[in-house]
Design a protein around this ligand. Structure first.
Ligand code: BG6
Length: 491
């Protein structure tokens, strides 16, 4: 290996995340030639397993094609595995020895991915810093997965702990939504289009809604999930990150620090969420469903206590107290076990003042108000940006109006363009040292500050948990709250 070789460590190599995301991602990056020449991979976990076993478990997710077999075999030879504890210095010494041995140098750059339960973040990060630092000029980068704590206090404690052993420069807090194509596109759409930047404010926008829906339940992850709930699992991180990019002022440049400065600035303007603006729910099984998965409610998940009130659905309304956004509701809604898998952002514009297309001018039978314009960014599936507009119904007399769309569906406009998985982009970012798509400690702190009071109210059971059926479209009460804030539902 040359002077610039890299070693990528997967801590928690036997776990779920490593199997489903990290190993497949490393393979794809290797296959596509994105990783620096000579990069090696070392898995680490407590169990006495082998590289063979890890690859066997991950095979289903790696999706190796027939003509990739040879490359894959090569990739595999670059992997090794060390078994050890998460709390003993000598085990981390062994890890370092293995790394030195493999790369035949002590100054190879080292990337550590913590795919671990949060309970061991503290000891593992400390031991990495003490025993696994490369010799100069090698650098170290630590990739940390959520949950970053459970609330403001525990998150701050973790941040403090990490900052004792690592510089902020070395820490990469991953939020995989920042690696998604459409989330990255928000910045380009907003700041490269005059037609959008002019209307991106309270004068033109009536409401913003950020929606996350899944059509699966907790699927055996109930043990983890029950301790966290949907607010911590999805809203505090993924949706709050999207919110900050949607609402921030224009950064001075596209540099990571400039963008993150603006994100944190707008989060600081968010007022505490009021309890009456919170709706939470938990799914129950649909006994009539033909799908056995849908028959199981949240409480049927083995890891979940039978009397759990942990929300699997939540909606909060956030208001931003600044000149651009005062009075505009930002509605964040997330739910598991719903009718579809979808994540989207809807920017709803205000009613047209002085609508001249009154009933008399409508085609027969129509008497509704003009529909509001809406800009929709569909994050997944089937990425798209479309603008809902009113247009004259072609071929008809008079002024009958059709709601239609200016439609940029990626599958059509960018046919054949492969969109990399979020983890591919983000891990590559870490190799390159780019921080744009990672969460800074002050952003994290603000995001916790915003949801902290709601979490406390839920903890104290001050907010009713509304049951909803697996496979339903959501909770009526949530739609009502959104409507009360002026968001007009349109399909
Ligand atoms: C994770 C959550 O962060 O995001 C999961 O812990 C959720 O509960 C997942 O299923 C959703 O990610 P994606 O990329 O499938 O939308």
């Amino acid at each position: 290996s040359g002077p610039n070789s890299h070693i990528f460590f997967v801590l928690g190599a036997s776990g779920d995340l490593a199997k489903k995301k990290i190993y497949p991602t490393l393979w794809w990056l290797y296959r596509d030639g994105f990783l620096p020449e000579g990069t090696r991979f070392i898995g680490y976990a407590r169990s006495q397993i082998t590289v063979d076993k890890i690859f066997e478990n991950a095979a289903k997710y790696m999706k190796v094609q027939e003509d990739e077999k040879e490359t894959f075999a090569k990739f595999k030879t670059l992997n090794s595995y060390v078994a050890g504890s998460y709390d003993k210095g000598e085990d981390f010494e062994r890890l370092t020895n293995e790394a030195n041995h493999l790369s035949k140098q002590e100054s190879a750059h080292r990337l550590f991915y913590l795919a671990l339960p949060p309970s061991v973040y503290g000891s593992v990060s400390e031991l990495i810093s003490k025993h696994c630092r490369p010799k100069s000029p090698g650098w170290l980068r630590l990739i940390v997965e959520k949950p970053f704590g459970k609330d403001l206090q525990s998150s701050n404690k973790l941040s403090e702990h990490l900052s004792k052993f690592f510089s902020e420069e070395e820490i990469y807090r991953i939020d995989h939504y920042l690696g998604k194509e459409m989330v990255q596109n928000i910045i380009v759409l907003r700041f490269s289009n005059q037609i959008l930047s002019r209307v991106w404010n309270r004068d033109s926008i009536a409401a913003v809604i950020i929606i996350f829906k899944e059509d699966i339940g907790t699927q055996g992850r109930g043990g983890y999930f029950d301790e966290f709930g949907i607010l911590r699992d999805v809203i505090q991180n993924h949706l709050m990150q999207i919110l900050s990019i949607l609402a921030m002022e224009k950064p001075r440049s596209t540099k990571g620090e400039d963008i993150r400065n603006e994100k944190v600035k707008v989060l600081r303007c968010v007022a505490p969420i009021k309890p009456e603006d919170v709706v939470i729910g938990q799914y129950y099984g649909d006994k009539d469903s033909k799908d056995p998965e849908h028959q199981k409610g949240y409480l049927d998940d083995d890891g979940v206590p039978k009397d759990s009130t942990t929300p699997t659905y939540a909606q909060v309304v956030v208001s931003i107290n600044n000149e651009r956004w005062a009075g505009v509701p930002f509605i964040l809604r997330a739910g598991k076990a719903l009718n579809e898998k979808k994540a989207e952002i809807r920017i709803q514009f205000r009613d047209v003042p002085g609508d001249m297309f009154d009933d008399d001018n409508r085609a027969s039978g129509e008497s509704k108000k003009l529909s509001r314009d809406e800009l929709v960014m569909r994050v997944q599936p089937n990425e798209a940006v479309y603008l809902k507009l009113n247009t004259k119904r072609p071929g008809e007399m008079g002024f009958s109006i059709d709601e239609t769309e200016l439609d940029l569906t990626y599958g059509e406009r960018y046919k054949g363009v492969k969109l990399p998985d979020a983890y591919e982009r983000l891990i590559l970012d870490v190799f390159m040292g780019s921080k744009i798509n990672f969460v800074r400690s002050d952003e994290l702190e603000e995001a916790w500050r915003i949801v902290d009071p709601v979490l406390a109210d839920i903890e104290k059971k001050k907010i009713p948990v509304i049951p909803y059926k697996f496979g339903s479209i959501g909770i009526r009460e949530a739609f009502d709250v959104a409507a009360k804030h002026g968001y007009v539902f349109r399909g």
